[in-house]
Design a protein around this ligand. Structure first.
Ligand SMILES: Nc1nc2c(c(=O)[nH]1)N[C@H]1C(S)=C(S)[C@@H](COP(=O)(O)O)O[C@H]1N2
Ligand SMILES: [Mo]
Length: 164
């Protein structure tokens, strides 16, 4: 059902909200990115910028951290809001249909200019798949990204994804 909530935004915001696919698609056209493959040849789909979603909820001045939660596989990443605010997006649609789970749908966080895994706070591992909740907070939130090469390699093996 198109009205089922896809994504919740909570925490240090003026108007916590739950967005359906229709509501994400209805975010103002100036925040929509029709084709993310122009930003990264490995990625496909339609996205809305993080800024477009944040404009809907109203970021409070105290918000300093952005935490991406996936309850699907209990994966969480917390990153400084300022580092991604201008560039991050969520991919939510592919060829006019909901984004498939095989590429991280129904909602996949995407930072176009991410660093390699572990090389920085904003790494490829922070491109959280199946994101269902975005939380803004004053201090760092939950983060269970792999901390060392071995746990990272194990994670990639489990998700049968590409090495990164
Ligand atoms: N929900 C969720 N998102 C996740 C992960 C995960 O295990 N679960 N792995 C991360 C890691 S370590 C990487 S490198 C990228 C890989 O994304 P890709 O398979 O689309 O290239 O997804 C990130 N997002
Ligand atoms: Mo990764």
């Amino acid at each position: 059902m198109s009205d089922t909530p896809l994504l919740r935004i909570s925490g240090e915001v003026d108007r916590p909200a739950r967005f359906s696919l229709a509501e994400v698609a209805a975010v103002d056209a100036r925040y929509q990115i029709a084709d993310v493959s122009r930003l990264d040849a490995k990625r496909r789909g339609q996205a809305v910028t993080l800024e477009g979603l944040l404009a809907k909820v109203g970021v409070r001045p105290a918000a300093a951290w952005l935490t991406l939660h996936s309850s699907t596989d209990d994966f969480h990443a917390s990153i400084p809001l300022a580092d991604v605010r201008a560039s991050a997006m969520v991919i939510y649609q592919l060829d006019g249909a909901p984004l498939p789970a095989s590429v991280g749908g129904p909602v996949r966080f995407f930072i176009p200019d991410h660093a390699a895994c572990h090389s920085a706070e904003i790494d490829e591992c922070a491109n959280v798949k199946f994101v269902d909740h975005i939380e803004l907070s004053t201090t760092r939130g939950r983060d269970n990204r792999p901390e060392d090469e071995k746990s990272h390699a194990d994670l990639h093996r489990r998700q049968s994804g590409t090495p990164g």
